[in-house]
Each structure stands twice: as C-alpha cells, then as structure tokens.
Design a protein around this ligand. Structure first.
Ligand code: NDP
Length: 288
C-alpha cells in the first residue's frame, strides 16, 4: 500500500507532481483554487477535495506547490495543520522558508521545505537528473523520502529550513551567470557570417569543460589559500581583460555583462596577491 498524499496547487509544476504520484499508485487528494485543474486529474484517479481545508484533513502528508509564499499563507490560513507533515515545494527565499517553518510549528505541524531543481517536463523522469532540495525536519524527510522521491530525486541539505531555498537560489544564480556569458558570446558573432548553430556545441562543451573549476574554488575557500593549484594567475587574467573589452568594442557589443566581473578582478588584484586564483572575488562580494 502506497502512502497517501494531499497536494495543494495544480499549476504546471503541481500537475506534473500529481501525475507521478497517481502513476505510482499513491492515493492522491488534490485541491486547486481554479477547480478545473483539479477536475482534470479526476479521470486519472485523483480525489478532488472541494476546499483546501478538506484536502488537508484527508491525509497526514500535505504537499503544497503554489505560486509564492503569500499564496501559501492564503491557502493554508483556513486549514487545520495540527499534527500534519507539511512539505512546502513553493519557491521562496531562505527567510520566507524559515518563517514558514516557525508558522507551521506554531500550528502544530512538522515542516520540510523544498526547492525544485527541475522544470515540469523533468518531473517523473529521474534519468534526466531533476531533483528537489529539502531542508527542515530530518525526521520528516526520512519518513517520506520514498514518496517524495517519486516525482524527482531528493537531496537533503540540513535542519535549517532556509537551506533548501538557499541551495536552490545559489545554483540558479550560477546558471544566470552562465546564461550571461553565453549571451555575450553569441553577441560577439552576431554580425559575422558565423552560424550560431556552429558556435553552440563549442560553447556547450567549453562550459562543461570549465565547470569542474568550482571544485578548486571550494578547496581554496576551505584552506584559505587562494594560490593553491593556480593555473591561470589573477595578474595574467587581469592583463588579458583589455583583449575581451577591445574585442567587444570592435564587434559593436556592449561589455555590460562582462565588465562588472572584470572590475572585481582588478579590485582584487589591487588589494590581493597577483599569484592568486579568481577566488578572492568572492570575498569582495560578501558584505562585512
Ligand atoms: P503556475 O503559475 O503554473 O501555478 C501557480 C499555482 O499557484 C496554481 O495552482 C495557482 O492556482 C496557484 N495560486 C497562485 N496564487 C494563488 C492564491 N493566491 N491562492 C491560491 N492559489 C494560488 O506555477 P508552477 O506550477 O509552475 O510553479 C509552482 C511553484 O513551483 C512555484 O513556486 C515555482 O517557483 C516552483 N517551480 C516551478 C518551476 C517551473 O519551471 N514551472 C521550476 C521550479 C520550481 P490557479 O490554478 O487557481 O491559478
């Protein structure tokens, strides 16, 4: 007998989650503000509750996947959370997640926060690597790990309820840096007779080849020695920055995505060691 689940919120993500639990044979009770989205799952076996309160009352494990933290508050306000296992997969900030954990505790619920590292088409297809960060009650995570693992992989990152959101935002922030770099690269060739489709595989392979440098960064941060294992010194890299800026100017491309990083590299060189890696930039970002 598979564990029963209540799911509140049937947007693109909630609907994808719901389908995997239904396909996996978990009894599923759903509720959504717009009833049509819940009714659509009824032929697939979902039990449709006519209120959020009724859906919460149906099962101990209550998963919410709503738009934002404000909608979570709105939806759960009129429900009885006493003795519930509340798993909140709504994207939030670490501070919102911590406050929501306290809010749930005051209402007698156990709380686990989640940060979804997947888009809806990746849900239910574990081989393509989508997963969910979880933080908060370890006991709750262990009790429901199997059920929570049906839609996507599970990665527990700590008792601090804010840590799932923090890991989620950290990874996505790095992704935006990557998107910014790729945008600049495509802009450089835009006016030339170079097919973007011929640059794309080169770009993808290069980004993958460079990705493991994060391990060296972590190693340097842990040891405090930013010269450890350096292959390209800060001094050498700063000396190379005019090549990038001049090339951008020659190609008629704004340097606005690249310049902020170069500015930090130069500042670090001015106050730090020429033999360091780029790791010192991190210290410039962290406000004292
Ligand atoms: P959608 O916009 O598709 O769905 C939003 C859901 O929230 C709907 O069920 C909507 O109900 C409900 N909702 C919004 N406001 C309220 C409210 N005030 N009261 C009650 N219900 C409300 O979003 P997604 O399903 O894509 O995303 C859900 C969560 O998952 C978000 O936090 C998102 O950041 C996260 N996520 C999404 C990803 C994605 O690629 N889609 C990827 C990773 C995380 P209604 O149907 O009535 O409008």
């Amino acid at each position: 007998e598979k564990a029963p689940v209540t799911l509140l919120g049937l947007g693109a993500m909630g609907t994808a989650l719901a389908r995997t639990w239904l396909a996996g044979g978990h009894p599923l009770t759903v509720w959504n503000r717009t009833p049509a989205r819940a009714a659509a799952l009824s032929p697939e076996g979902a039990r449709v509750a006519d209120s959020a309160a009724a859906a919460v009352a149906a099962n101990t494990l209550v998963v919410v996947c709503l738009l934002d933290d404000a909608s979570v508050e709105e939806v759960l306000a009129g429900t009885d959370l006493a003795d519930k296992d509340l798993v909140n997969l709504t994207t939030s900030t670490p501070a919102q997640a911590r406050a929501r954990a306290e809010w749930a505790r005051e209402r007698g619920a156990r709380y686990l926060d989640g940060g979804i590292m997947a888009v809806p088409p990746m849900i239910g297809v574990p081989e393509i690597g989508g997963y969910v960060f979880y933080s908060g009650s370890r006991e709750l995570f262990e009790r429901h790990q199997q059920t929570l693992g049906v839609p996507a992989g599970t990665t527990y990152v700590g008792q601090d309820a804010g840590f799932a959101a923090l890991h989620d935002v950290a990874l996505l922030s790095a992704m935006y840096g990557m998107f910014a770099g790729a945008a600049h690269a495509f802009a450089l060739i835009r006016k030339e007779d170079i097919d973007p489709a011929s640059l794309a595989p080169l770009l993808a392979d290069w980004l993958v080849a460079m990705a493991p440098t994060v391990h060296q960064t972590a190693d340097q941060l842990r040891s405090g020695d930013y010269t450890k294992g350096v292959v390209s010194s800060l001094a050498m890299q700063v000396a190379g920055t005019p090549t990038f800026l001049d090339t951008a100017a020659q190609q008629g491309v704004s340097p606005e995505l690249l310049s902020p990083y170069f500015t930090l590299m130069r500042r670090r060189l001015a106050e730090g060691s020429a033999e360091e890696d780029l790791t010192g930039v991190i210290d410039l970002l962290v406000r004292k």
